[in-house]
Design a protein around this ligand. Sequence first.
Ligand code: MUC
Ligand code: MG
Length: 388
Amino acid sequence: MIRSITTLLVPIPTIRTHKLACTVMNEQTLVLVHIQTEDGLEGWGEATTIGGLNYAEESPHSIKTNIDTYFTPLLLKEAPTSTAKAMQLLNQHIIGNRFAKCAIETALLDIEGKRLGIPVSELLGGRVRNELEVAWTLASGNTDQDISEAKQMIEQKKHRIFKLKIGSNPINEDISHVLAIKQAIPEYRVTVDVNQAWTELEAMSAIKRLQAGGVDLIEQPISMRNQAGLKRLKEHFEVAIMADEIVQDLQNAFRLAVDHCADVFAVKINQAGGLKAACLIGQMAQLAGIELYGGTMLEGPIGTAASAHVFSTYPSLNFDTELFGPLLLTEDILARPLDYSNFGLSVPTGPGLGIEVDRDKIYHYAGLSLSAVSNTNSQPYLAAENSL
Ligand code: MUC
Ligand code: MG
């Protein structure tokens, strides 16, 4: 039975400037959700996005406001007795808001796993792997800096797949940048993410050159509104074309899968609207013969752990993951950091998400004192069953 739902905006500086076609980041605002039950269990969820409203339709502030104003009163009043019923209730009464829904579902599954003594991955059908290979995104905006960052990552056995954020510079400049990096580390996988910046015509000529230069994967080169164009690119080129921003809710992912609009789907738990939806999108993609890639919205460790549980359940994950979000932040908010080693991330094995948060750090970065948040939205919550 839910006793309280608390939302926190937690801005944390990044280790360096991170440049995407749609925004330039120097900090990331984590949106954290903390749920407590009447019988003393607690769960954490995260609904982080990128660059305010630059990337998606929900911003950190809209997520927090909508959870506080609409989600929490509804959940406390209707008292759903399981995660599934809670999500059904939210989906019946709240249109869209997939990021916010994802955070709530994550926190409820964290509680459910703790109650049953099993990891979230087992609530999602069961993991088939304990380790996930993790790509690093080179996005300093400077070619030499990116090359030395990549070499350092390889030497330290942290990452050996590199994704380059392009699309904000003139195309020739971007292509020279990518090819210089590929030439500096020829034996390693180099992918590009254009974040929708090119027209279809621009993409046609740019991808031709990137393919010839040995780039391994092209992510969301054109607008998410041009579904037919993405399919045309996929059919035209041998190099794998990945759908990212265009993969949204279940219905839209279903249509993309049926139409085979891309070679690979980047699945993100927040974009999908939750962990179970992300699992379903993975299943739909695989049924349609589409490859999978474990994406990130640059979440901190809570959303990253949740994503890791989801991706651990995919029968095949041929394009690996990019769950590096926590490593881009100057501070960790866990008592014990996630285990990144040997080019990958270990999927936590403890009950629920299998993580322990550092409450003091979270409140410190949220600019709050412990007493200021301990009673937020706390109301009695009664129900006949007790699976929450
Ligand atoms: C995206 O579009 O894939 C992933 C890595 C990164 O730097 O940005 C994200 C979002
Ligand atoms: Mg992307």
